[in-house]
Write a protein that binds this ligand. Structure first.
Ligand SMILES: [Zn+2]
Length: 359
């Protein structure tokens, strides 16, 4: 070992201190420039000939290829201990953020977005997350399905591209019953995940099934109750609807946590395995380019604006001090990253880089 190093050093010294690699590259350069001198005249003639041939060809020698019509199906696999979590992009939504966010003027919202090179409408991801425990497949939320417009959803083909079939899903876990999270669970009155149990937070289920709650909201918002009831009905009829409480372990190492505010039963799923942790936080954030800097800004979809605001602050604070990873349904795909504190009641989103390897 020492001898080899010594030999290398003496060789290095013989070449005036230049490394062998550098010498080879310098020699090539020299040979190259000499060759250039000798063929210079021939090169000029050749170039002139090529130019005249090119001029005689129709322009379609450089014809453009058709432009791409669609993006790739997007999924992203990341381990959490011995589990694997796959982020699945259902679609992106063009969000009129300046109209939907509350707590600042539309002008102010647009100025905050512009400061981060964003504008309105703001492209906003709709992600679901699949947890593969090795013995169970848990799908957290289902995208918007046909309820948000036929043809818009890519959860189904993306799930298959990621290597899974609907029939393999054991549990569909719901963070809450808004249409963009439940739209994919059923189609034409049938459960799309034919072997899965549908796990719904008890508080959330009680809210959307309550006629009294439905009657409290303006007429225009009552559709949301009907859609939720219709989507869960096939699972209810098949006796595959399970209500769970906050604190329950819905699978080994996956605990339901109270993130209520956005909706009364809004729930996160805290995955902890082998010392690693990922909190799937549902809809704690809708517009990441505004709400980390200004956690007090709410959105029209928050059923309890004050509770949504304080829950977001508390969730940011815990994630920042805990240093664990979080995953969000409306964070830019793949929607996984860290939260870092940035001054008084302001935070920063540190998105995880897409990795071509599963590591
Ligand atoms: Zn949502």
């Amino acid at each position: 070992m020492h001898r080899a190093a010594g030999t290398g050093n003496s060789c290095f010294a013989e070449h005036g201190g230049r490394s062998p690699d550098l010498i080879i590259s310098l020699d090539f350069k020299r040979a190259d420039s000499m060759r250039n001198l000798t063929v210079n005249r021939r090169q000029v003639l050749l170039a002139a000939t090529l130019a005249s041939v090119a001029a005689a060809q129709p322009a379609r020698l450089w014809a453009a290829a058709p432009k791409a019509g669609q993006q790739a199906l997007a999924y992203y696999v990341t381990p959490v201990g011995d589990y694997q979590v796959t982020a699945l992009l259902d679609r992106t939504m063009a969000m009129p953020s300046d109209q939907l966010l509350a707590g600042a003027s539309p002008e102010q919202i647009r100025a905050w977005l512009a400061a981060r090179a964003r504008s309105v409408p703001t492209p906003t991801s709709l992600n679901s997350f699949l947890i593969n425990t090795g013995s169970e497949l848990l799908l957290v939320d289902s995208g918007g399905g046909e309820l948000m417009g036929a043809g818009g959803a890519s959860l189904q083909p993306t799930l298959q591209r990621a290597g899974y079939q609907n029939a393999q899903i054991d549990k569909v876990l719901l963070t809450h019953l808004h249409v963009d999270h439940i739209g994919g669970i059923s189609q034409d009155g049938k459960a799309r995940f034919e072997n899965a149990e549908l796990w719904v937070p008890q508080v959330e289920l009680d809210y959307w099934l309550s006629d009294a709650e439905r009657d409290k909201v303006p007429e225009a918002q009552r559709d949301a109750f009907e859609r939720a009831r219709t989507a869960i009905a096939p699972y209810q009829e098949a006796k595959r609807l399970r209500a769970f409480q906050w604190g329950d372990e819905v699978a080994p190492g996956v605990r339901a946590v109270d993130l209520s505010g956005h909706t009364p039963g809004h729930t996160g799923f805290d995955v902890q395995r082998n010392g690693e942790r990922l909190l799937i936080w549902g809809d704690v954030v809708h517009v990441q380019d505004v709400q980390f800097d200004h956690p007090d800004i709410t959105i029209a979809f928050d059923i309890d604006q004050a509770a949504a605001k304080s829950r977001r602050l508390a969730t940011f604070k815990d994630a920042a001090s805990g240093g664990y990873r979080v995953a969000g349904m409306h964070m830019a795909f793949p929607g996984i990253g860290h939260v870092r504190a940035k001054g008084q009641d302001a935070y920063e989103w540190l998105p995880e880089s897409f990795s071509a390897q599963i590591n």
